[in-house]
Ligand binder design. Structure first.
Ligand code: AMP
Ligand code: MG
Length: 362
C-alpha cells in the first residue's frame, strides 16, 4: 500500500513515522505551544526506498504552495529510486548489472554522479563501503523474506565479484561497465541520502527556510526551528526491541545519518542474528563491535555512504577515517553501550539514556 499524504497537520501518522526512523527529529520537544507556534505542513510516504519518509515544512506558507513543493520532492524521490534501486525492473543500476562482462551501459547524470561519489567513499574506506556488494547482498537475501546463511563455497565464489576498483566509469560517454559477468551494483547504502539532498535542493529553490526531511534514518535539517531554537535529533537505542533514544543532537542545519545492524536482520534456526550490512572483507554481515554509526555533515549522500563504511570499519577504523575528513562528525555506539563522538560535537551532544556512557565527554 503506497501513499502520498499531504497537507497533514502533525498527524498521528507523522508521529508513527517518527518512531520508525533510526535518527529522528524530536519535534515535540522543540515545537512551542504559545500562540506564535506554527504547525508544519507534512507529507509521509511509505512506498519509497523501502522506508518511511516524512517531509515537514515549517515556514508560514499557503497550503497550495506547500503541497506543490511536497509533490515535487515526491516526484524527485521516485525518479531517484527508479534509476538507482538494484532490483527495480528497468532501473539503470539493474541494466548495468545485466550487461556485466559484456558492455558498458549509458546512465543518467544522477546515477553517474552518485556512483562516482560511492566509489570515492569506497576508496576512502578501503572498500568497507563498496557499491559492488550487490551479489553478496543478493546471496544472503536479508530483508527479502528468503534470507538464509549461504554455504562457505558460495560466499567465496561471490566475494570474487565484489571489488569497487574494477568498476569502469567513462565520463565522456557517461557509461558504467562491470567487467565480469555476475558483478552488480547496490546503491542501497547511499541512494536515500542522495534523494534527501535532492529534496533539500528543491526546498532551497522554493525558498523554504525551515524544514525537516526524514528519509528513514537519513535526517536533513534546514534552518533550525522557526522560533529560533535548534532542532533536536534523537539517535535510537541501537538494540532490537529497545525503544527510545540513546542520545540527542541539537542542530540547526545539516544531515544526520545512522547505519545500524538492528534495522534489518533475520534470525537463523540456531538463534544467530544476521543483519543487512555486509563486510566485503569477510562476505558476512559486519561484526565489528559497533551497534550503530551516525554521521553528521552537510551532504546526506556522503553521510549515508560514510555511516555504512564506519559501521563496517568498527570503532578504531571509523575514528581514523572520520579524523582524516574535514567537516564530518560522527557518533559511534559500541556493543558495550559506550558512545564515542568526534571532537566537533562536544557542544551539541547529550546522552538521553543512562544505560549508555559517553566515553569522551568533555
Ligand atoms: P545503510 O542502511 O545506509 O547502512 O545501507 C545498507 C544497505 O547498503 C544494505 O541494505 C545494502 O543494500 C547495502 N550494503 C550492505 N553492505 C554494504 C557495504 N559494505 N557497502 C555498501 N553498501 C552496502
Ligand atoms: Mg548508508
Amino acid at each position: 500500500m503506497g501513499g502520498m499524504r499531504m497537507g497533514q497537520r502533525r498527524s498521528k501518522r507523522t508521529r508513527r513515522a517518527a518512531c520508525v526512523a533510526l535518527a529522528v527529529v524530536l519535534a515535540a520537544a522543540t515545537a512551542g505551544c504559545g500562540p506564535a507556534a506554527r504547525t508544519p505542513v507534512s507529507a509521509t510516504w511509505d512506498d519509497l526506498f523501502g522506508t518511511v519518509i516524512t517531509v515537514s515544512l515549517h515556514d508560514a506558507m499557503d497550503e497550495g504552495e506547500a503541497d506543490a513543493v511536497l509533490a515535487a520532492v515526491r516526484a524527485r524521490g521516485e525518479a531517484v529510486q527508479n534509476a538507482m534501486t538494484a532490483h527495480t525492473p528497468g532501473s539503470e543500476i539493474g541494466a548495468v548489472r545485466a550487461a556485466s562482462g559484456r558492455a558498458p551501459v549509458p546512465v543518467s547524470e544522477d546515477t553517474y554522479g552518485l556512483l562516482t561519489l560511492a566509489l570515492e567513499v569506497a576508496a576512502l574506506s578501503g572498500g568497507a563501503f563498496d557499491p559492488t556488494v550487490e551479489p553478496l547482498v543478493a546471496l544472503w537475501g536479508i530483508g527479502t523474506g528468503a534470507a538464509a546463511v549461504p554455504a562457505e563455497a558460495d560466499i567465496a565464489r561471490v566475494l570474487k565479484l565484489v571489488d569497487y576498483r574494477r568498476v569502469v566509469l567513462d565520463g565522456t560517454d557517461r557509461t558504467v561497465y562491470l567487467p565480469e559477468a555476475g558483478m552488480g551494483l547496490d546503491l542501497g547504502g547511499i541512494a536515500k541520502g542522495y534523494a534527501a539532498d535532492e529534496a533539500n535542493r528543491l526546498l532551497d529553490e522554493a525558498g523554504v527556510t525551515h524544514a525537516i526531511l526524514d528519509f528513514g534514518g537519513n535526517v536533513l535539517l534546514r534552518g533550525g526551528h522557526p522560533e529560533g531554537k535548534p532542532w533536536r535529533v534523537g539517535i535510537r537505542k541501537p538494540v532490537p526491541g529497545e525503544d527510545g533514544y540513546a542520545c540527542v543532537l541539537s542542530l540547526r542545519d545539516g544531515t544526520v545519518v545512522t547505519s545500524g545492524g538492528y534495522e534489518r536482520y533475520f534470525v537463523a534456526e540456531d538463534g544467530a542474528v544476521y543483519h543487512h550490512i555486509m563486510d566485503p572483507a569477510t562476505g558476512r554481515p559486519a561484526e565489528t563491535g559497533l551497534l550503530s554509526a551516525t554521521i553528521i555533515c552537510d551532504n546526506s549522500a556522503r553521510a549515508d555512504a560514510l555511516s555504512t563504511a564506519c559501521f563496517v570499519l568498527g570503532l578504531d577504523g571509523a575514528l581514523a577515517l572520520l579524523g582524516a575528513l574535514d567537516g564530518v562528525e560522527g557518533v559511534l555506539i559500541a556493543s558495550d553501550r559506550t558512545i564515542h563522538t568526534t571532537p566537533g560535537l562536544a557542544d551539541v551532544f547529550t546522552v538521553a539514556d543512562e544505560s549508555y556512557v559517553w566515553v569522551n565527554a568533555p
